[in-house]
Structures are given as C-alpha cells and as structure tokens.
Design a protein around this ligand. Structure first.
Ligand code: C5P
Length: 233
C-alpha cells in the first residue's frame, strides 16, 4: 500500500468533525476515528464520513476473548472501514480470530494493525503493573513479530521504531506512526516526535497527524504540507 497521511479526527461531536472536514473541499484525506468520536456519535458517524469519500482507520483497539473479538470485527468489517486495530496483548488466538471476523465473504477485509505497548506505558509501569521484566523495546518488537506471525498487516509504533520493525518483520509489514510534528511546531504532550520528512526517510508507511493539522490556522494547507513532505518523492 502507498504511503499516506492519516488525519486524527480527535473531536467530540459530529458538528465539529463535519465543519472541520468541510474545509478540505474536494480533498478527501484518509482519517482516523477514535473512541471519543465513535462513542459519542456511534456507527452513523463512520457511515457519514465514508459516504463523503474518505478512507477510515477506526481506532477502537479491541482486546477481549477471541470469540467476542471475532464477532465484533465482523460488525466493523461490514461498516466498510479501511483499517482497524487491536491490542497484540490479546495474544495470537485473539488476533487470528479477529482476522477471521474481518474477512468478508468475497475474501476482502480492512487492514488489521496491532498496538504493541502503549506509549503511555514505560519500563517502570510495565514491570510494576504487568510483571513484564524485559526491556520495553524488546517487548515492543516481540509483540510486532507475534502480530506478523498471526497474519496481521502491521503495527502502530513510534516513527523512531519503524525502521527496526521493518528489519524484524519485513518491508511489507506496515508501520503506522503517530508523534509527528512539523520542524517549526510545538510538540505538545508528545515526547518523541519526528517531522513528516524524517518519518518518510525512516520508512513509516502511514503517519497519523492530529493537532498539527486540526489546530492549524489553515488545516488544508497543513495537510498539504504533510503530503508534500511525507508522500511526494
Ligand atoms: O495531536 P497528535 O498529532 O498528537 O495526535 C496523534 C494521534 O495519534 C491521536 O489520535 C493519538 O491518540 C494517537 N496516538 C498517539 N500515540 C500513540 C498511539 C496513538 O499519539 N502511541
């Protein structure tokens, strides 16, 4: 799949999100719908944005027993989204069940991406709360390899990890990377960031960009700058 910029629609209601998307005119960015918007507006918001012509990454991070995840994924797949995700911590059986649920009768399915360790988890909290003692970067890589072996399409990771994920899992295994900022931007609460251009150099397949576009004075211009830096050769 070709490199692309995914705009994180971190809005709390339909009006805000549609007002935002209206500013793009004929441009139809690939967008990410997360838990806040989905839980506020339900499946209808997915349908409406899809009908406007956008590709959708539905970022609901499923994690439950395999049977439940399989059935839930079947429902998401029918919504015709392009990418969904789950927690690799649900283990291989859950990831394989998710793939079964996602696969439509005609054999097509949305891309399935794994979350490894959340970036909000650090070495100390992982050891203390999860009793995982290995170095966190090894844990992240192990989750990525496990997801690959289960048949998934890629992982969400920091752009700084994208190169290593490709080394371990192959060039075709997708890296979806948040934590992107323009060189002249405020970092906000993101600690480890990269510019779109650096993310391209290191081999990210998709960058997920929120505030540098949603809070920009001219969101369409900021999106086009991302495309120019990340997608265009
Ligand atoms: O506004 P910003 O560009 O920081 O938004 C990044 C988006 O990516 C948000 O939707 C955030 O929840 C998501 N994300 C992240 N870091 C992760 C996983 C997801 O920032 N490790």
């Amino acid at each position: 799949m070709d490199r692309d910029v995914i705009v994180a629609l971190d809005f709390s209601n339909k009006k805000e999100v549609l007002d935002f998307l209206d500013q793009f005119g004929d441009k139809k960015p690939f967008v990410k719908i997360g838990m806040e918007l989905y839980y506020a507006e339900g499946p209808e918001i997915v349908k409406e944005i899809k009908e406007r012509g956008h590709k959708i990454f539905l970022d609901l991070k499923l994690h439950d027993i395999p049977n439940t995840v399989e059935k839930a994924m079947r429902v998401l797949s029918r919504m015709n989204v392009d990418m969904v995700n789950l927690h690799a911590a649900g283990t291989t059986a859950m990831m394989e069940a998710a793939l079964r649920g996602l696969t439509r009768e005609d054999g097509t399915r949305p891309l399935l991406i794994a979350v490894t360790q959340l970036t909000s988890t650090d070495q100390e909290s992982m050891e203390r709360d999860l009793l995982i003692k290995e170095p966190i970067d090894q844990v992240v890589m192990h989750y990525a390899v496990t997801a690959k072996n289960a048949g998934l399409d890629g992982v969400v990771c920091s752009p700084l990890e994208a190169g290593k994920v490709h080394e371990a899992c192959g060039k075709e295994f997708l890296t979806v990377t948040p934590g992107v900022r323009f060189a002249d931007n405020d970092k906000g609460d993101q600690k480890r960031v990269m510019t779109p251009e650096q993310a391209k150099k290191i081999g990210s397949d998709f960058i997920v960009v929120g505030r540098p576009i949603t809070k920009a004075a001219d969101p369409k211009a900021a999106y086009e700058r991302c495309i120019a830096e990340f997608v265009n050769d």
